[in-house]
Design a protein around this ligand. Sequence first.
Ligand code: G6P
Ligand code: MG
Length: 217
Amino acid sequence: NSKGVIFDLDGVIVDTARYHYLAWRKLANDLGFDITETQNEELKGVSRVASLEKILGWGNVSLSQDEFMEQMAIKNDNYLSYISTMTAKDILPGVSKVLDFLTENEIPFALGSASKNARGILEKINLYHRFSAIVDGNNVSKAKPNPEVFLIAAKELEMAPSNCIVFEDSVAGVQAANAANMVSIGIGEKSVLNEADHVFSDFTKIEIEFIKNLVTR
Ligand code: G6P
Ligand code: MG
């Protein structure tokens, strides 16, 4: 088979996007301002450092290098405490059905995430061993919308980028997939993810027939 599939993690396989938002919001609140859901869309898919830089810009707050590092650590500790009880039950509805279809049909799939917590989360939800390749925030130097993360994943899958299909919940991630010349499938709101080739509100709306057509085309 000549197709490969690449999944983003946060907001695609698990609902961690919500916890990233809660942790960033707490950080902003503690610094004396708030962030909106609309602003949060700009944080999805964006690395920890770049996210904090954006947030501080919104709040017009400047921190010393040490304070910046400290806030990053606090945010991550809060985030990890929010997801500490996560198990395989937290895999989003409809995701397992798609992974099972891919496995049964020997279509390799990879993870392409900006998160440095990705491997730990995959272990928690018992999916670590299912992925042919895992590319995460520890393996990339250029954040989405740069296509680097997906291009490395394609290379590890030994697939041409144009034969890869990407599932993403973020604007930056959809742009990264498009820049990599891959098929982009947005998971979320069509009005937000309007640059994606296809958009579904969640995995329960995706028919296996649709996946079959994509991977056999
Ligand atoms: C993903 C999420 C972002 C998160 C980033 C870094 O891209 O969508 O919300 O900030 O990963 O995650 P990390 O777990 O390394 O802080
Ligand atoms: Mg995401």
